[in-house]
Design a protein around this ligand. Structure first.
Ligand code: C5P
Length: 399
């Protein structure tokens, strides 16, 4: 896929620059040609010599190097690549790109190019969350720049949160996807996520504490491997990922209809926290106090089990993955659920309040399949998502 593709790799000045050396090795191993461009600050973190030795190519650093201009002008340099990759994409580089500035070789190339750009942000969590960076991110997305990461996790500066550059393997996968490859290219995966809201009357509803964070991360990870993702989401608190087809629903009944409409799919990951019951006698008008001091008696009907229906339906995807949020005897309950619902895998997690998992950044899951129960260490939800996406890709390839 990457054989003979030409990647112009702009390495910004950040501690994550060392990871770009591994990225060069991965790209070279896949047969790609890598032309490295170093910003001035980058040379503080990795040496031009090591970059050039790994890439097996000349390293470009300054705009006004007349020898370079005679050999290959900066305009031409910006055009010969199949893809421009910026890794690490620092806050400063993002700001320059968003503002259209061209005051050094890297920013000039980025302004002069007509080639697609993939950026792997890397910066301190506060810098990433700053309104200016988020503005620049939105601007760059609007300009068609592709992004990979940043990930959540511990940072070189000792803080924790989003801002860690994506791992070389993830950037490599994103490059493959941008160039039309990716292990899940051509596959359609359906993901459900978030809670459902079941109305009591037009202004009140029954809900649960699901944030949609894990389902969102799974959809993004599948997209990053090249899958076409349909993302059916209830009213989640985290925003839906880019680059997936989003179908917004409120109730379990709406989610079932959206899921059935989205099939066929090669795989389905049902991470939604679907309400088990809906209010059978929901008010058409807002329910009023009647002065008697008695609360209205709500009656409930059972909601359809979407996972069980998909698992046993005519349009069953080749791989169906369910979730089991439990608060006690997690593995036994989840294993029984896998058989009862007819899905292939169950991702089980303990959502007792003490774990901090529901609504939190991290998850500790056990993957249950017919091969048994596999305990995964506690990790960030996006790391769980990437691992699950890789397992799904491997399972679909083995079929
Ligand atoms: O039965 P329980 O809600 O614990 O099962 C969890 C799994 O079943 C999740 O994958 C969830 O998305 C799915 N589910 C569903 N429809 C329901 C209830 C749960 O698809 N009505």
């Amino acid at each position: 896929m990457l054989a003979n593709k030409r990647i112009l790799l702009i390495i910004g000045g950040g501690i994550a620059a060392y990871k770009s050396l591994s990225l060069i090795r991965l790209l070279k191993g896949a047969g790609a040609k890598v032309t490295p461009v170093l910003t001035r600050a980058c040379a503080e973190f990795v040496t031009p010599l090591s970059v050039s030795a790994l890439a097996g190519e000349k390293v470009y650093t300054e705009l006004f190097d007349l020898t370079d201009e005679a050999e290959m002008g900066h305009i031409q340099l910006s055009r010969v690549a199949d893809l421009i990759v910026v890794a690490p994409g620092t806050a400063d580089l993002m700001a320059k790109m968003a503002g259209g500035r061209a005051d050094d070789l890297a920013s000039t190339l980025l302004l002069a190019t007509d080639t697609r750009v993939l950026l792997a942000p890397a910066m301190n969590v506060r810098m990433w969350q700053h309104a200016a960076t988020q503005r620049n991110l939105a601007q760059l997305r609007g300009d068609g720049v592709l992004f990979v990461g940043p990930n959540d996790g511990e940072m070189a500066c000792g803080e924790f949160g989003p801002g860690r550059m994506a791992e070389p393997e993830e950037i490599f996968a994103a490059i493959a996807v941008a160039l039309g490859g990716g292990v899940l290219a051509g596959k359609h995966v359906l993901v459900t996520s978030g809670p459902t809201h079941e109305p009591i009357d037009p202004v009140r509803y029954i809900a649960n504490r699901s944030s949609g964070a894990q389902g969102t991360a799974i959809a993004a990870a599948l997209r990053d491997l090249g899958a076409r993702v349909t993302f059916v989401t209830g009213p989640a608190t985290v925003p839906a990922p880019d680059g997936v087809a989003v179908v917004r629903v409120e109730t379990a009944a709406e989610m079932l209809a959206a899921v059935e409409a989205a099939l066929p799919a090669d795989a389905a990951v049902m991470a939604a926290a679907v309400a088990d019951w809906r209010v059978a006698n929901a008010g058409v008008q807002k329910m009023k106090k009647d002065g008697s001091g008695r609360a209205p008696a709500l009656e409930f009907d059972e909601n359809p089990d979407i996972l069980a229906r998909v698992s046993r339906g005519q349009n069953r995807p080749g791989l169906v993955v369910g979730f089991a949020a439990e608060t006690e005897t997690v593995v036994e309950h989840a294993s029984a659920k896998r058989l009862r619902k007819g899905c292939d895998w169950i991702v089980a997690n303990d959502v007792s309040p003490a774990t901090g998992i529901m609504g939190g950044r991290e998850n500790a899951v056990t993957l249950i399949s017919d091969a048994g129960a596999e305990v995964w260490p506690r990790m960030a939800k996006d790391a769980v998502a990437r691992r699950l996406a890789e397992r799904i890709a491997a399972a679909l390839q083995a079929r």
